[in-house]
Ligand binder design. Structure first.
Ligand code: PHE
Length: 347
């Protein structure tokens, strides 16, 4: 092996040793740089006699080409390795299961509202909607609850320091009962004579407001008003409606209903409605679920109807409470905290 073959071999080995591009460039300088071994050999050519110069020059150039080839091969190998490790680091396993978008669902109270509407709908009740900012007249006066009457303090109403266009004080409705009057008046106004008027059978679910806040009361809560007015509608119909409703709502016949005498200015007689389950975790406990009563003649008059002819019942129940009972929720505040750990259980 002559000196040039040795040189090429040494260069190849040196280049292979270089583990990074910077090492490789240093190794290159040792052979091809200004003072590199190949460069030195070329410089030495000048000292040779002319007849040797040509052959020696060709040999050195051939060796130089081998050195350059080895250098380029190593450069490419290092670049390939670098790319491969980069690709590996950034690799993406497309076979992994994807991250799904969160799936939304109805709020438990909305579910209850829909359920109430569906069940009463199947019993022939319309669904009515009305304002949450009410006038004093609809919230109280029209409901046989005159100004300055102590019965007004049954509800801790949010009053608004403002009057409507007709000079009536505004409040956040403390119950859905104003909808009895709004709906009945609109219904009666549609018929030229009372003789043509079909019965009023309606529910009015919605938000209501009172100055109240603890585990079982929230300043904003829900109610569902019910009203059935006709020429011969009695308490026995109310009892039948409630019986059907609660059995349907809780999907059980294992349920008792109780009417407890009570007072509301807009009904006479009035009753609180309690239910009790005969089995399950709430077995045997009476739970108040609604207020109800036969609509007071003064209120029927405010409907624009003749109380000598029209009679019926009204009720108001609490969908928040019904939701707690149906799903076993023990703190009402969970409804409003927007905690997905709670809400996603109702998807
Ligand atoms: N409005 C009453 C309340 O909020 C409930 C009720 C409605 C009672 C209709 C009787 C008739 O407590």
């Amino acid at each position: 092996m002559n000196d040039l073959d040795q040189l090429v071999q040494a260069a190849q080995a040196d280049f292979l040793q270089a583990g990074a591009p910077a090492d490789l460039e240093n190794a290159k300088a040792r052979y091809l740089g200004k003072a590199g071994r190949v460069t030195e050999l070329l410089k030495a050519l000048g000292a040779l006699p002319p007849e040797e110069k040509k052959a020696r020059g060709a040999e050195i150039n051939a060796a130089k080409q081998h050195v350059e080839a080895a250098l380029n091969a190593r450069r490419q190998a290092l670049a390939d390795a670098e790319l491969a490790s980069q690709l590996k680091a950034e690799s993406l396993d497309v076979t992994l299961p994807g991250r799904k978008r969160g799936e939304g669902g109805l709020h438990p109270v909305s579910r209850t509202m829909e359920r109430i509407e569906a069940i009463f709908g199947s019993m022939g009740f319309d669904v009515a909607d009305g304002p949450e900012i009410e006038t004093d007249w609809y919230s109280f006066t029209a409901l046989n609850n005159p100004e300055n009457h102590p019965a007004r303090s049954m509800q801790d109403t949010f009053y608004v320091d403002m009057k409507d266009a007709e000079g009536r004080w505004l409040n956040l409705r403390p119950h859905t009962s104003p909808m009895q009057v709004r709906h009945a008046r609109a219904h009666a106004a549609k018929y030229a004579s009372q003789a043509d008027m079909p019965e009023i059978r309606v529910i009015a679910p919605g938000r209501t407001y009172r100055v109240d806040s603890d585990a079982t009361h929230s300043p904003m809560f829900h109610q569902c008003e019910g009203l059935w007015i006709g020429e011969n509608v009695s308490f026995k119909d109310l009892k039948a409606v409630f019986n059907d409703f609660f059995r349907n709502f809780f999907e059980t016949d294992d349920l008792q209903l109780r009417f407890r005498p009570s007072f509301f200015p807009f009904t006479e007689p009035s009753a609180e409605v309690d239910i009790a389950f005969s089995s399950g975790p709430l077995k045997g406990r009476w739970l108040e679920v609604a207020g109800s009563g036969q609509v007071h003649p003064n209120v029927v008059r405010n409907f624009g109807l003749d109380p000598e002819r029209y009679i019926g019942f009204a009720f108001g129940m609490g969908p928040d409470r019904l939701t707690m009972l149906r799903y076993g929720v023990n703190d009402l505040r969970l409804y409003f905290e927007c905690d997905l750990r709670f809400l996603s259980q109702f998807k």
